[in-house]
Design a binder for this molecule. Structure first.
Ligand code: FAD
Ligand code: NAD
Length: 469
């Protein structure tokens, strides 16, 4: 096996896989180094299992809104079994086959930079192999859950996203630390699958990066479902006398809470701590700063790139894959001395505001800027909102459908800066919004994109009418 490759990618998650595949498509050869399972967090401990756990909960909500249908209690065992199937029983054979087909050479082990264009791989058996890159090294190592320094917390061996998404059973009493996306999705999944007491401890506000009205819809739904959300309360100490036994969470106010499990969902940190960045004089444990072609800005000669969570731009699978495609293309172009500024070779989407779906019930999805962000950036902002429940297509989805949409308009150019939807099943509305925002489609043109009747997409017509068209 050769130890020199055109491109070496460290980390075979979605971002790394895409970077390698695009570089090969561009005529280079590539190796990908993976210390765990090919497919990364997303496939085994994040997007895929979390959505497999949420789907029945979502469906339960939908069915309960349609008269004439009844659904018995959720069989959590069957749901967990389907989750296991969705993560391929933690076997990455299918993904390895895909890599073989590209082809990309898989090198199993932990990769570490060892000076310019050198990656030292330590295999699971402890043996080492030095790989050198003719053109580029791409870091695609993802991120880790952060455990805040609360006395007793680390010692209590709390759950992170890894344990909750892979759980073999549903705890009766669950405390969730954090109010972000992981916290909300997983609190809802565990509660819907049978947790009897689910308490969220939220330092700031629930989902504090989305439009406030959308977070309020989620908070109301959680309250109705019996999920207790305590805002402005912090955990001050955790005690778990017996490993795996019940734990006590002491709070900044009020009596302590007893629980069977504690999920820590307080954000993520770039997986760059043990990557050998010091051998290049770069700081460890921080996102690797890159330009729009994914090239590390602090490295001379431009041979180092970083894609996905590790560059800290947007911690989302689709954005990491998009960056990976740009990165692979640009590396191939630069290696061949070809034009390296074609449209596919830059992260343009990130600048508009990445699309994201939060798979709670109701779902929240958004693209572009919130009203607050647009105003802070000095745009001439006008906002239009509409009640989704008043759209015929939404009414037909079930009784008591509740939802809302908000569009943030740049008045000077009459284009959309951002769109947010909240409501059951709104996820599939998002891509139209992404096209409108990223494509900077003028509102007067958007008017001619006629939504079908009776679909929820008629919200587009209503928003434009509210605007005055
Ligand atoms: C619970 C949860 C749910 C999520 N749901 C969604 C969702 O629905 N939609 C969405 O868009 N995003 C979601 N995300 C975010 C998404 O998982 C990440 O943005 C995505 O996985 C990042 O991809 P990546 O390729 O950058 O990194 P990862 O998927 O983390 O892959 C990195 C890979 O690098 C490997 N690695 C790390 N260090 C080394 C090393 N030194 N040597 C060799 N290999 C190494 C790791 O083993 C891993 O396989 C979710 C996250 C969580 C935690
Ligand atoms: N559906 C999706 O697209 C999806 C799903 C899950 C995760 N993700 C991505 O994964 C990333 C990580 O998600 P996350 O929810 O872990 O992080 P996050 O940054 O979204 O939320 C972290 C939460 O923890 C709170 N927090 C931070 N420190 C705390 C402390 N010491 N004590 C109490 N609370 C504290 C914050 O106030 C915030 O509510 C996000 O960027 C998200 O976009 C995406």
């Amino acid at each position: 096996m050769a130890d020199e490759f055109d491109v070496i990618v460290v980390g075979a998650g979605p971002a790394g896989e895409n970077a390698a595949a695009r570089a090969v498509r561009g005529g280079l050869n590539a190796a990908i180094v993976e210390g765990n399972l090919v497919g990364g967090e997303c496939s085994y401990w994040a997007c895929i299992p979390s959505k497999a756990l949420l789907r029945p909960v979502d469906l339960m909500g939908e069915v309960s809104r349609v008269p004439g249908l009844t659904l018995g209690p959720i069989d959590s065992g069957a749901v967990l079994a389907r989750r296991d199937e969705a993560v391929s029983y933690f076997n990455d054979g299918g993904q390895v086959e895909w890599l073989d087909g590209v082809p990309v050479e898989l090198v199993r082990g932990r990769g570490r930079l060892d000076g310019p264009k050198r990656v030292l791989v330590t295999a699971p058996d402890g043996s080492t192999r030095l790989l050198t890159a003719r053109h580029a090294v791409v870091l695609a190592t993802g991120s880790h859950a952060v455990i805040p320094p609360i006395p007793g917390l680390a010692e209590a061996a709390p759950w992170t996203s890894h344990e909750v998404t892979a759980t073999k059973s549903v705890p009766k009493r669950l405390v969730v630390l954090g109010g972000g996306v992981v916290a909300c999705e997983m609190a809802q999944a565990m509660h819907g699958l049978g947790a009897e007491e689910t308490t969220m401890l939220v330092r700031g506000g629930l989902l504090d990066r989305v439009e406030p009205f959308a977070a309020e819809f989620v908070a109301r739904s959680f309250a109705e479902a019996g999920i207790v959300v305590r805002t402005g309360v912090q955990a001050t100490k955790v005690e778990r006398p017996r490993p795996g036994g019940p734990l006590t969470v002491h709070l900044s106010e009020g009596p302590p809470i007893e629980a069977d499990e504690l999920l820590v969902a307080t954000g993520r940190r770039a997986a760059s701590d043990d990557l050998g960045l010091d051998t290049l004089g770069l700081p460890a444990g921080r996102p690797v700063e890159v330009d729009d072609s994914m090239r590390a800005t602090a490295v001379a000669d431009g041979w180092l790139y970083a894609v996905g969570d590790v560059n800290g731009r947007n911690l989302l699978t689709h954005m990491g894959k998009y960056q990976g495609r740009a990165c692979g293309d640009v590396i191939a172009a630069r290696a061949k001395g070809e034009r390296d500024d074609l449209p596919s070779m830059r992260d343009v989407a990130g600048g508009y505001g990445a699309p994201q779906v939060i798979f709670t019930d109701p779902q929240v999805c958004a693209v572009g800027r919130t009203e607050a962000a647009a105003r802070a950036e000095g745009f001439d902002v006008r906002v239009v909102e509409y009640d989704l429940g008043r759209v015929s297509g939404a009414y037909l989805l079930g009784d008591g459908y509740r939802g809302r949409a908000k569009a943030v308009v740049d008045e000077r150019r009459r284009v959309l800066l951002g769109v947010t939807f909240v409501g059951p099943g709104v996820a599939e509305l998002l891509h139209a919004a992404t096209v409108a925002v990223t494509g900077e489609v003028p509102l007067d043109r958007l008017w001619h994109a006629v939504p079908s009747f009776p679909t929820v997409s008629e919200i587009w017509l209503r928003l434009l009418e509210e605007y005055g068209l």
